[in-house]
Design a protein around this ligand. Structure first.
Ligand code: WQD
Length: 331
């Protein structure tokens, strides 16, 4: 019996594989290395001392999925595989719809064929659009403000309608806020292919000199220091949220959604200042224009996940900054 982890070589996927293996679960991983590297698979095995079946395939490949389910007894699926760059999705929406939606359809069809109906989906706070108020709860209106967010919302709706049609499904939708940080070993971390989009990988590039300066996208927002506020969560806390979701799915049917955040909001300058203080390095930055589509504030109310999943983020911002830097220093 195993948990299939799609995108298991990726940033959140690899950290989740480690926590699953540490908890004694057997896993199977599929990844096409579009936004990850084979080294992550080796590091997962090295960190945990455990082996697992790995398939270098694309989740849109139905034959590959059929082979995985026929060669392994898959009881649950955690689905990370998908394109996730907001900016790229605006430039190439069809690529995002084709990949993210078709991969999920292929996966759900194959799961159904093999009678595997426990599904944990990597959703995102982006399904809240630009929240009208904070902290954000799961009951707040859903909308999409970019093609990446549209794929997340479409998949959530597919899951809700699938459960309505067949109540044997146990689906858990996990809405991530802003994952940062890295495993304490420094052996795995956020290591995207190509040019990063998110704040922390860009802070790391500026701190290491790989990039001359970081641009802070606007300091004229209605926030205490004028920069945008987000809910940054340690990637290991996020990974542990997936274990809690698997255990929930083993005991419940349904299609609930849960915010995976800390419930605390930090500004861009808070992140930069904490990173500099904790790691004793400078992050050269300039204040630039606002980035279209950014909300002034977006942070979670994570109490439902605590109540239903028994999960709560434990790691603070200083550890997130220290672990991020430790990963870069080691690689
Ligand atoms: C955070 C803050 C920027 C880069 C997105 C997706 C979300 C999830 C996380 C996938 C913002 C500011 C950033 C820079 C900056 N992704 N910033 N200079 O936009 O909150 O969320 O990534 O699941 O779905 O929407 O994260 O890291 O891009 O930005 O000032 O060079 O950092 O303006 O305020 P975001 P982010």
């Amino acid at each position: 019996m195993a948990v299939l982890v799609t995108g298991g070589a990726g940033y959140i996927g690899s950290h989740t594989c480690i926590e699953l293996l540490k908890a004694g679960e057997d896993i199977v991983v599929i990844d096409n290395f579009y936004n990850s590297k084979p080294k992550a698979i080796e590091m997962i095995k090295e960190i945990t001392g455990r082996d697992f079946a790995f398939y270098e395939n694309d989740c849109c490949d139905r034959q590959a999925l059929d082979r995985i389910f026929s060669e392994n007894f898959i009881e649950e699926v955690i689905h990370f595989a998908g394109y996730k760059a907001v900016g790229e999705s605006c430039l190439n929406p069809l690529m995002y719809y084709n990949n993210n939606i078709n991969a999920t359809l292929a996966l759900l069809d194959t799961m159904n064929k093999y009678g595997c109906r426990r599904f944990v989906f990597s959703s995102s706070a982006t399904v809240y659009g630009i929240p009208k108020k904070v902290p954000v709860t799961e009951k707040m209106p859903l909308s999409s403000i970019n093609p990446y967010g549209s794929t997340k919302l479409m998949i959530e709706n597919m899951c809700r309608e699938l459960y309505t049609s067949d109540d044997r499904w146990s689906i858990v939708l996990l809405r991530y806020f802003n994952p940062i940080g890295a495993h304490e070993s420094g052996k795995i971390g956020e290591d995207p292919n190509g040019i990063p989009n998110n704040l922390m990988p860009l802070i790391l590039r500026a701190a290491t000199g790989k990039m001359a300066t970081l641009t802070v996208f606007g300091n004229d927002y209605p926030t205490p220091d004028g920069t945008c506020i987000r809910d940054y969560i340690h990637v290991v806390d996020l990974a542990l949220g997936h274990l809690a979701a698997i255990n929930y799915a083993r005991k419940n049917t349904g299609c609930p959604a849960f915010n995976l955040g800390t419930g605390k909001g930090y500004s861009v300058l808070d992140i930069i200042n904490t990173f500099e203080k904790v790691n004793k390095v400078k992050v050269p930055y300039v204040i630039g224009a606002r980035r279209p589509g950014d909300a002034a504030e977006c942070y979670s109310n994570p109490t439902l996940a605590k109540k239903e999943l028994g999960w709560k983020a434990e790691r603070g911002l200083e550890q997130m900054c220290a672990d991020s830097w430790n990963f870069i220093k080691n690689n």
